[in-house]
Write a protein that binds this ligand. Structure first.
Ligand SMILES: Nc1ncnc2c1ncn2[C@@H]1O[C@H](COP(=O)(O)OP(=O)(O)OP(=O)(O)O)[C@@H](O)[C@H]1O
Length: 317
């Protein structure tokens, strides 16, 4: 388990992370979500003891990283896939890591196999594509067979096959009972991978909840519905919690109702539907609104949609 309590990091006048408190539990993939510059990498560096917090604390199974005996056996991390020496082969790189951390040499071939790099293990890592470099970084993270894994934007720049592979791997690692903490700036990506989300904006915690709950709140409930009996449906919906906007000839956008609810209203009125689709298109935009301008959001909408955690006093007023 990872536990952050009041974690704050300042670089001069920049506050990268402010009063962050969250927990990351084993057995599930926890997404660490926030726009670029929100403080994700800083937080990960703080977890790994690569930077010291200005105040607050972060513990790994109750201990500071620096107090872990043989840390690679506890926690593995992919922060920057390109830090490998370019003239070293993948195998040489992993062997060096294993030797310098007192890990058994057999793990090198095991992890190469696990990430699908066995056939290119002798090639220089400097010539690797981004996808191969990511795999090598993941192999390094898995070397000590750790129970806790951190991945910083692992799918950035990958092709669809690489993305699919990483998603499956995260899920498998979590299903094995490990703690998996993975960062991303895309809600749509996390929606497909993470069970739980820790969401930050401008260094502050916005929410910690299940992914399903967050997606629902972020997207609001907007449903596109197309029908040849538009006015009839509109009249039927007038008596519900939903509000409707006519978007084109035969289509309405319904806010404040789920697609199930709209479908049921249509059925009871015998209205024929040609389309009934929850609108996720604006999800990313809604998420940017939530995280990009956290203060403004809190002031205007807090309480109504999200239970806020760890936000500053001013934001809650
Ligand atoms: N070493 C540093 N010195 C000065 N400022 C820093 C340093 N590291 C991070 N920052 C600043 O702290 C803030 C958070 O950066 P951080 O890299 O943690 O964000 P991020 O969410 O990981 O974003 P990205 O995905 O773009 O890396 C940014 O404003 C950044 O400029």
């Amino acid at each position: 388990m990872i536990e952050a309590r009041g974690l704050t990091k300042r670089y001069g006048r920049t506050v990268a992370v402010e009063s962050l408190s969250f927990t990351v539990q084993p057995g599930r993939v926890t997404g660490f979500l926030g726009p670029n510059g929100a403080g994700k990498s800083t937080t990960m560096r703080l977890i790994l003891g690569l930077d010291r917090p200005s105040s607050g604390d972060v513990l790994i199974d109750g201990k500071h990283y620096r107090d872990l005996h043989s840390p690679l056996r506890y926690i593995g991390a992919l922060l920057d896939a390109k830090w490998v020496h370019p003239n070293r082969s993948a195998r040489a790189h992993l062997k060096w890591l294993a030797r310098s951390n007192g890990l058994p040499k057999r793990r090198v071939d095991e992890v190469l196999e696990l990430v699908g790099l066995t056939n290119v293990a002798k090639r220089k890592a400097g010539g690797f594509s981004l996808g191969m470099s990511q795999r090598l970084g993941i192999a390094a993270a898995l070397l000590g067979d750790p129970q806790i894994l951190l991945f910083d934007e692992p799918v950035n720049g990958l092709d669809p096959e690489g993305i699919h592979w990483i998603r499956q791997l995260m899920k498998r690692l979590a299903a094995e009972g490990r703690t998996v903490f993975v960062s991303s700036h895309l809600l749509s990506e996390m929606a497909q991978t993470a069970d739980e989300l820790v969401v930050i904006g401008r260094g502050k915690l916005i929410a910690q909840s299940t992914t399903g709950e967050f997606v629902e709140r972020a997207s609001g409930t907007s449903v596109r519905v197309r029908t040849p009996q538009l006015e009839r449906l509109r009249t039927a919906l007038a008596g519900t919690a939903g509000t409707t906007v006519r978007v084109d000839e035969g289509a309405l956008l319904v806010n404040g109702m789920t697609s199930d609810q709209v479908g049921e209203v249509a059925a009871t009125q015998g209205v024929v539907l040609h389309e009934l689709s929850p609108q996720r298109g604006s999800l990313e935009e809604a998420f940017m609104r939530l995280t990009g301008d956290a203060i403004e959001y809190h002031a205007e909408e807090a309480g109504e949609h999200l239970h806020m955690q760890g936000t500053s006093g001013g934001a809650k007023e």
